[in-house]
Structure formats: structure tokens, C-alpha cells
Design a protein around this ligand. Structure first.
Ligand code: ATP
Ligand code: MG
Length: 347
């Protein structure tokens, strides 16, 4: 199986290196890695953040392991040359429409959560966010009103097919977990949400084993903080998912702990930590690699059909934390490589 390894910028190369060590340890020689340039590193080497060779590699690969993009040296570049365009380009070119962000608090890290420990301890959920539609991709512009005021607008729209395909990902994800799906919308106010709700209910007929409920997004935001333990899988649109997944991540502790997957309809996926390139700590061996190692576990589970190996990695991360492995973001002093060593030792 071919893995496109796209380390990118800042701490990206440091954290992906540890994930590759862990993948090699659990899969033997089943995976082959091919490295590609992406982000500011690609711009500096070849003048473009997403070179054609990298896109071609990503298309050929069974899965993509991605570090991070973002480089302060590139801040002044025109928008299409900036590192961040690489990830948007990959999402668009590969049709990666379903972003899965699990948020779970390892019990050892209870004091790192923004919530009270006994509330935080119950977080174990996945947010399934649509990433190819909604208000981000609708018509947008700036106009002048009759009174001469500037007025900005962004059209929010979803069609039935777009909602149905993300709903199916939500149901499949719930089926593979505790069998509960919460669909989040604002159907009391928005037409798009009315359609969303109708389509989710239609799709639910194919998943009688999954318990579905609906929640307005304002209530969902409150419930996430009040009692996150009530959620198993949340499925929602691009805008609501953007906000709720950042909120959930803070409930679950350090940004250095949380993985993500973005899938297309062929189960090909891009796997990356939710954090960015962290230029402030790049090259110092201070980055926590666990988010990337957990992303590698998601890759095994969702794109490579290796659930048992994924379980082993997740158990090893928990064991390493239990044994006291702590990088600086977790209040400790271990380096990026020592955190990788701790996971390998637990394996
Ligand atoms: P981006 O725009 O790429 O998301 P950002 O500047 O918004 O970048 P991050 O790069 O995620 O955000 O960094 C936010 C803060 O979190 C920084 O102070 C960074 O050092 C810290 N941070 C991010 N990732 C890690 C990590 N893996 N380990 C430790 N600290 C991290
Ligand atoms: Mg950020």
C-alpha cells in the first residue's frame, strides 16, 4: 500500500517522522512511503505550494499522511502561492468532502481540559463535518445598498446529493462506534437546514441500527460544554462543523493530541493533526507528535482496512501517557523523538 508522505512546514516534518516510525513498527513492511513537497517547503523548492508531482502522488496513493502547512516567510505572497492553498487544493482535487475529528480525553490528561475533570472524562465523540459546500463555497460578494452602505453577502446552499453523502458517512461512523448519530442544523431558521434534516431522515431508513436525533446548533454548542458525554457521532455542515470541532478540541485537552481524517467517496483519505505548523516551536524538538501518531491510526482504520493495528497504536498512546510521557504542551519535558520512543516502547 502506497502512502503519500507530505510533511510540509514548521513542526510538520518532526511530527510525521514519529508517526512513520510507529506505522513501520505496527505494519512491518506492508506500507511504502513516497515523500512529496507541499506548502511553504514546496514553494521554496519549486515555486508552488502544491506542485503537480505532489498532486499526482496524492492521487496514486492509498492514503495521505500530512504534517502541516504554514510559513511566516510566505505571508507576503499572493494568495494562490501561499502554503495554505495546498491543503485547499488537495481537498478540492481529490474530492475530500468528509472531515472526521474525534475528540476524546485520555483519562491521564483530565487536568488539561477546559472542562471540569468529571465532565471532561466523558468526552468520546467524533464530529463529521462536510468540507466541500455550504457558505464557504456559495456565491459571495460586496455590494452597495440604496443608502450607500457597503454590504457583504455569502450564499449558504446545499443540494440533496451533498447532504446525503455526508449523512451516509455520519451513519457509517456511528454504526462502527456506539450507534448514535446527532445531526446538527438550524432548521427552525434556515432553508438549507430544512433540506438537511429531510435528507438525513431519508438516509436514516438505511440505518435502522443507528439511533438518530436532531439538535439545533446553538443548543449543540451548549450541550458540548454542559455534557459532552451524551454525544457519540455528530454530523453537520461546513460552517457549524468548523465552529463545533474547535470547541470540542479544547474540551478534550491539548491541541497537540487531536487527529483528523478527511475522506472522499473512494475511502481515500488525508490524515493530519488538527494543529498547524507551529512556527514558534519548529525545529526545537518540542512538538507533541501524538496528534499525528493518532492520525496515522485513523489512516489504518479508515483507508487501509487495518483496524486491529489502529487499535494497537491508540492503546500504545494511552499506555505511554499512563507511563508518564509528557511533552511541554502537556506540562512535561520530553522531546518529540522521546514521545515517539515512549509510544514505540508501549507497543
Ligand atoms: P495554522 O494557521 O496552521 O492553524 P496556527 O498558528 O493557527 O497555525 P498552530 O500552528 O496550531 O496554530 O499553533 C497554535 C499554538 O499551539 C502554538 O503556540 C503552537 O506552538 C502550539 N502547538 C501547535 N501544535 C502543537 C504540538 N503538536 N505540540 C505542541 N504545541 C503545539
Ligand atoms: Mg489555526
Amino acid at each position: 500500500m502506497l502512502i503519500a508522505l507530505l510533511p510540509g512546514d514548521g513542526i510538520g516534518p518532526e511530527v510525521t517522522e514519529q508517526a512513520v516510525r510507529v506505522l513501520d513498527a505496527v505494519t512491518g513492511d506492508a506500507l511504502s512511503f513516497e515523500r512529496g513537497l507541499v506548502g511553504g517547503a514546496a514553494y521554496k523548492a519549486v515555486g508552488h505550494p502544491l506542485p503537480p508531482e505532489t498532486l499526482d502522488l496524492a492521487r496514486r496513493a492509498d492514503a495521505i499522511l500530512f504534517g502541516a502547512v504554514g510559513d511566516p516567510d510566505c505571508d507576503a505572497l499572493e494568495r494562490h502561492l501561499r502554503p495554505e492553498q495546498a491543503i485547499l487544493g488537495l481537498r478540492k482535487e481529490l474530492g475530500l468532502f468528509a472531515n472526521l475529528r474525534p475528540a476524546r480525553l485520555f483519562p491521564e490528561l483530565a487536568d488539561a481540559s477546559a472542562l471540569r475533570p468529571e465532565v471532561a472524562a466523558r468526552i468520546d465523540l467524533v464530529i463529521v463535518r462536510e468540507t466541500n459546500g455550504d457558505v464557504y463555497f456559495g456565491e459571495k460578494g460586496m455590494r452597495t445598498t440604496a443608502d450607500g452602505l457597503r454590504e457583504g453577502y455569502d450564499i449558504m446552499s446545499y443540494n440533496e446529493a451533498e447532504v446525503a453523502r455526508i449523512a451516509r458517512v455520519g451513519f457509517e461512523t456511528a454504526r462502527a462506534r456506539r450507534g448514535r448519530l446527532c445531526s446538527v442544523d438550524k432548521a427552525n431558521v434556515l432553508e438549507t437546514s430544512q433540506l438537511w434534516r429531510d435528507v438525513v431522515i431519508e438516509v436514516s431508513r438505511n440505518y435502522p441500527d443507528v439511533t438518530l436525533n436532531h439538535m439545533y446548533v446553538d443548543n449543540a454548542a451548549m450541550q458540548l460544554v454542559r455534557d459532552p458525554g451524551q454525544f457519540d457521532v455528530i454530523v453537520t455542515g461546513n460552517l457549524f462543523g468548523d465552529i463545533l470541532s474547535d470547541q470540542a478540541s479544547m474540551c478534550a485537552g491539548s491541541i497537540g493530541m487531536l487527529p483528523s481524517a478527511t475522506l472522499n467517496s473512494r475511502s481515500q483519505g488525508l490524515y493530519e493533526p488538527i494543529h498547524g505548523s507551529a512556527p514558534d516551536i519548529a525545529g526545537q524538538g518540542k512538538a507533541n507528535p501524538l496528534a499525528t501518531i493518532l492520525s496515522a491510526a485513523m489512516m489504518l482504520r479508515y483507508s487501509l482496512g487495518k483496524a486491529a493495528e489502529a487499535d494497537r497504536i491508540e492503546a500504545a498512546v494511552a499506555a505511554a501517557l499512563a507511563a508518564g510521557a509528557r511533552s511541554p504542551d502537556l506540562g512535561g519535558r520530553m522531546s518529540t523523538a522521546e514521545m515517539g520512543d515512549a509510544v514505540l516502547a508501549a507497543l
